[in-house]
Ligand binder design. Structure first.
Ligand code: MOS
Length: 700
């Protein structure tokens, strides 16, 4: 591993000088939404007279008063249905009025003076209640797979475990809420937006507004966390652009916290039916994983809980299926470690149950079923060091000292449990490009339309460029977040290091070749740029790097992996479960910046602790509403919920996934933790939890 490089943006962030969208200078109108209190029905009447009369209120748009748009058919858009187009209510929290005012507080105040009467219709609210209406949806992953015959595998099994596993609705809870500024210059649109994908926003806006994308420029400043909620384009960006065009002034919308719970996605509740069969010595003979997730009426997001089960363990008979149940609720979306994040809760608790049924150590069970080729596709893996993760993690954690019987370990009067789980996540590869420039002052400039959403992308790219050019990361400046820069993929799917990193590496290598030909000598150093460029009469020399996943397309199965070990203690008179120790080992290809990668994984594990013990957005079946709309009622982990976390990387070089040897670390940390905690809870108490988060007072 290369030495850790401190974050380029660290000082700006801790001193408060880093600019987020709401910090940008702004000279237009602030927008605020009035949202629906009902989940399904129609608007009977709406009266905005009082709001329109308020000092500072410039305009109020009611349903049907904006030019009609949609449905939006573009994969960069988070949802197809745009609110404010008609009088129909499709989910609670749907905007029913947009107020523009000279001040954001006035706009928000004015929404409260609008009188709406709804005609409510009975809402379809419960995932379990409507499970029989689950449907398959076509998207990026197959909705069903089958190899061999699970029935045959189960007939041959000595031991079968079967269970139903559930995960809760969860919200992204990014520190920075969704925010946008839309400004028209004649027929050209300039948008500033807190996003993970400037080119996606441009494409979705072009499609929604029916204008060529060349007339749209999208930029993003520092983004205060995205986690998937800012990966797609949502109605607020489109409505801000239309409203700005209607009033002929710039419009800014920053969502209040409460509206972030219903207006840009969340992780939907899932229910997973899993059956595992194994021989007496613990070889899997059958894996069946059927998942359903909650979806929105008229929309298509699928939480693919079964994808991990397709590739993780060697097994001749695997059957998987993912479907959605469309309900009257807001549209869900990708949330940090989508798919395998909830899916590994099911599979990895089931594996623990199998280990117990076989009286086999859980680590040993996983090693006995280690896959060396993808059991569903038959393809070899691009690189995989998960066996090292199991062994190294177990050793560091001290797993050999675990006594297997539930309730057999105590310390200072507290029940203690040790649990573990595997983590796996599909590798996503997005084509990207970058321009790399050697400048006369002896520095390097990297330009690419990637994004700094808090993950350390800017620093990682400095390291990649510096390494290819044989210079110091401090000499490299990185410019991001603007569709005027070379196109890059979205900053999601843990795909930025491998995709954008590859483009920067290719650009830097071409730049070096050009510098070498200018200098007629090898390995030109950055401190030689001033003299060389002066000699050739050049201000700077640039080269483009373009990386496509088709480059090196190799027929490999690509995934990130991990093994996570946790200790749970039941503390105090209420026996509240707490994670008190945690070791995670990861196989994600080459680690570009060790401190950045570690920080990503620690963040991911923290999310996993939230999934395991805290995050549970209760959806009231009577009203089809999320009950929590603030961070005081929707709980995410705080410092005292998170122990010291030990993170290790296999740091192997993946020759197939990318040009930089890396896969990705942004999300893998959030996977497996939930199951490991549930398994540790079982080990402490003998109570098997099959729904996360673990509830205090859980009973067998
Ligand atoms: Mo993430 S859910 O890939 O932003």
């Amino acid at each position: 591993m290369s030495p850790p490089v401190p974050r380029a943006d660290a000082i700006a962030k801790v001193t408060g000088s880093a600019q987020y969208l709401a910090d940008l200078p702004f000279d237009g109108l602030d927008g605020a939404f009035l949202t629906s209190s009902i989940a399904r029905g129609r608007i009977l009447s709406i009266d905005a007279t009082a709001a329109r009369g308020m000092a500072g209120v410039t305009r109020v748009f009611l349903p049907g008063e904006l030019p009609r748009i949609g449905p939006i058919d573009h994969w960069a858009a988070g949802q197809a249905n745009l609110p404010l187009m008609d009088d129909r209510i499709r989910h609670e929290g749907q905007p029913v009025a947009l107020v523009l005012a000279t001040n954001g507080l006035v706009a928000a105040e004015a929404t409260g003076r609008i009188e709406v009467r709804f005609r409510s219709e009975p809402a379809r609210a419960s995932l379990e209640g409507w499970a029989s209406e689950a449907v398959e949806v076509e998207d990026w992953a197959a909705s069903a797979t089958e190899v061999g015959s699970v029935e045959t595998g189960l007939a041959a099994a000595a031991v079968v475990v079967e269970g139903r596993y559930r995960t809760a609705d969860r919200h992204h809870a990014a520190l920075e809420p969704a925010a946008v500024i839309a400004r028209w210059h004649g027929s050209e649109l300039e948008v500033w937006v807190a996003t993970q994908w400037v080119f996606g926003v441009r494409a979705a806006l072009g499609s929604a507004l029916g204008i060529p994308v060349e007339r749209i420029r999208v930029r993003t400043p520092f983004v205060g966390g995205g986690f998937g909620a800012k990966g797609s384009t949502w109605p607020i960006e489109i409505l801000a652009a239309i409203a700005a065009r209607e009033v002929g002034r710039p419009v800014r919308i920053v969502l209040p916290r409460s509206q972030t719970f219903t207006l840009h996605g969340y992780q939907p509740a899932t229910e997973q039916a899993i059956t595992l069969g194994a021989t007496g010595d613990g070889r899997l003979t059958a894996i069946r994983h059927h998942g359903i997730s909650a979806g929105a009426t008229g929309e298509d997001y699928v939480e693919h809980t079964s994808v991990g089960s397709r590739s993780l363990y060697a097994c001749p008979n695997i059957e998987t299926r993912d479907r959605i149940v469309r309900l009257d609720r807001p549209q869900p979306t990708f949330m940090r470690a989508p798919h395998e994040g909830p899916g590994m809760v099911g599979l990895e608790i089931a594996m623990d149950e199998l280990a117990v049924a076989l009286a086999l150590d859980p680590v040993e069970l996983r090693l006995r079923n280690y896959a060396t080729v993808d059991p569903t596709s038959g393809k070899p893996f691009s690189s995989k060091a998960l066996d090292w993760c199991y062994r190294h993690g177990a050793e560091v954690f001290g797993w050999a000292r675990r006594t297997p019987a539930p309730g057999s370990m105590r310390e200072g009067g507290s029940l203690v449990g040790w649990g573990m789980a595997s983590a796996t996540m599909s590798t996503f590869r997005f084509g990207s490009s970058a321009r790399v420039t050697a400048r006369r002052d002896g520095t390097v400039l990297v330009e690419t339309a990637s994004h700094e959403i808090g993950t350390g992308v800017g620093t990682m790219l400095r390291v990649v460029a510096a390494e290819a050019l044989g210079t110091d990361p401090e000499r490299v400046e990185v410019r991001l977040g603007d569709t005027a820069l070379p196109e890059a993929g979205g900053t999601f799917g843990s795909g930025t290091t491998l995709g954008v990193g590859s483009a920067v590496r290719l650009g830097a290598l071409r730049l070096m070749a050009k510098l070498e030909s200018l200098a007629a000598e090898p390995a030109v150093r950055a401190d030689e740029y001033p003299e060389l460029l002066a000699l050739r009469g050049l201000d700077q020399v640039s080269e483009m790097g373009v990386w496509s996943p088709r480059r090196g397309e190799s027929g490999h199965s690509m995934h990130a992996y991990g093994a996570i070990f946790v200790e749970v203690r039941l503390e105090g008179r209420l026996s509240i479960p707490r994670v008190t120790r945690c070791v995670g080992d990861y196989s994600a290809g080459k680690i570009i910046n060790p401190s950045g990668a570690r920080s990503q994984v620690v963040g991911g594990i923290t999310w996993g602790i939230g999934q395991a013990l805290l995050e549970d957005s209760r959806f009231d079946p009577a009203t089809a509403r999320f009950l929590a709309k603030s961070l005081s009622s929707y709980h995410v982990p705080v410092q005292s919920d998170v122990p010291e976390i030990e993170v290790f990387f296999a740091d192997e070089y993946d020759p197939h996934a990318s040009e930089v040897g890396a896969r990705g670390v942004g999300e893998i940390g959030a996977i497996g933790v939930g199951a490991a905690v549930a398994n540790a809870f079982f080990h402490a108490t003998g109570i098997r939890v099959r729904r996360l988060p673990v509830e205090v007072g859980s009973r067998a």
